[in-house]
Design a protein around this ligand. Structure first.
Ligand SMILES: C[S@@+](CC[C@H](N)C(=O)[O-])C[C@H]1O[C@@H](n2cnc3c(N)ncnc32)[C@H](O)[C@@H]1O
Length: 354
């Protein structure tokens, strides 16, 4: 198929997903300017669960911590992330977007309780690399902490605010992406999202993000690995890329971004330095077809509920549902037929018409 083919003929919708065990500070397997979107969540500097990860990357960090040099350790941890951001810059195409989910950290070092503002540090570095900072998202996490008292309790001024949110930083490399050919335009139209989803997804505060199923988002996986809920990468992939694009997660963890890319008919590449997590990824991929198709079914059902009783002037061409805007008339969902994950470096997802 070429870009000049007849509009009625659709190119293959099948996608490839590569999971590579290694350090993403050097992504040798990824060509320069070949990636359309980065969606990731790095280990958060100065959050205790990630200390050992950073010590592995740079031994001096442990020494700084032992000397109660919190600022020095924090900076060295970010130096390790910076090496990945530089690689992300190399592999991203012009006009591509990077979405970084990161939380700030509070910690007492020596006798000093303080905030380590990870999101500002990452923002500064991306801007230094030449990216444009775009409006970002606060992800307000559900909390069931029995009490929120930190510091001096009810006595001013030494009580501290509890951190109950994380950031999703959004950056663009260079000018806005262009969709020049007819084939690119058609693919972009297929990749549209619903009007009511746009209102929710492009709001700057996200709450109640859904996991995709209990099986995939068991609490213990989340706690042990810092996995984000499925809906987080799923939304970002659908907001900032088109079908068949290449999505990269340089801190793949349990593979949530791979799952979201498969469900969104995008190609993907993930790097993870902890080889032991591959088993978890494999487990999550088994039977994922039903989960992904159910998820799409839920999106369509929610849409039908939204339009019921409303005066909607448009009809979607491929699926027939009514919709609010002309931009939704070409959007098209795919049915995920199979995921062959025998070789995690070459996972094949096959789709058919829904
Ligand atoms: C916050 S977790 C990512 C969780 C992931 N979003 C998920 O849903 O499972 C960060 C992951 O990055 C990995 N990691 C840290 N530094 C890395 C590096 N330089 N290269 C590759 N992986 C790295 C860690 O082992 C960890 O699994």
């Amino acid at each position: 198929m070429t870009g000049t083919c007849e509009m009625s003929e659709r190119p293959s919708r099948n996608t490839i997903h590569r999971i590579l065990v290694g350090n993403s500070q050097e992504m040798k397997e990824v060509e320069s300017a070949s990636v359309d979107l980065v969606v990731t969540s790095p280990p958060y500097p100065m959050i205790e669960m990630w200390d050992e990860t950073f010590y592995l990357l740079n031994r001096d960090i442990r020494g700084r911590m032992r000397q109660d040099d919190g600022r020095g350790a924090h900076e060295l941890m970010h130096d390790e992330l910076d090496a990945v951001w530089r690689e992300a810059d190399r592999v991203l195409k012009d006009g591509a977007v990077a979405c970084i989910n990161i939380g700030d950290a509070t910690r007492t070092i020596g006798s000093q309780f303080q905030l380590f503002p990870n999101h500002t540090r990452v923002t500064e570095r991306f801007r230094e690399l030449g990216f444009f900072s775009l409006p970002s998202i606060i992800w307000r996490k559900p909390t069931n902490a029995p009490n929120k008292f930190m510091g001096s309790g009810m006595l001013p001024p030494g009580a501290y605010v509890t951190l109950e949110h994380e950031h999703i930083l959004v950056f663009r490399k260079g000018e806005r992406r262009r969709f020049a050919s007819e084939a690119e335009k058609a693919n972009r139209n297929e990749s549209a999202f619903f009007w009511e989803e746009r209102n929710l997804w492009f709001s700057d505060v996200w709450t109640n993000l859904r996991g995709v199923s209990q099986k995939l988002d068991r609490d213990n996986i989340r706690r042990r690995s810092g996995a984000f809920p499925f809906e987080l990468p799923y939304r970002l992939i659908n907001m900032y890329s088109a079908k068949l694009d290449v999505v990269l997660d340089p801190f793949l963890g349990t593979g949530t971004t791979t799952l979201a890319a498969i469900a969104s008919a995008r190609n993907s590449i993930g790097y993870e330095m902890e080889g032991a997590l591959l088993g978890v990824v494999k487990e999550r991929l088994a039977g994922f077809e039903d989960i992904a198709n159910d998820y799409i079914g839920c999106r369509i059902a929610a849409h039908n509920e939204f339009v019921a009783g409303r005066d909607c002037g448009f009809a979607n061409e491929p699926h027939g549902f009514r919709c609010t805007s002309a931009q939704e008339t070409g959007m098209r969902f795919d049915h995920l037929d199979s995921v062959d994950a025998a070789d995690l470096t070459n996972i094949r997802a096959v789709y058919s018409e829904l």
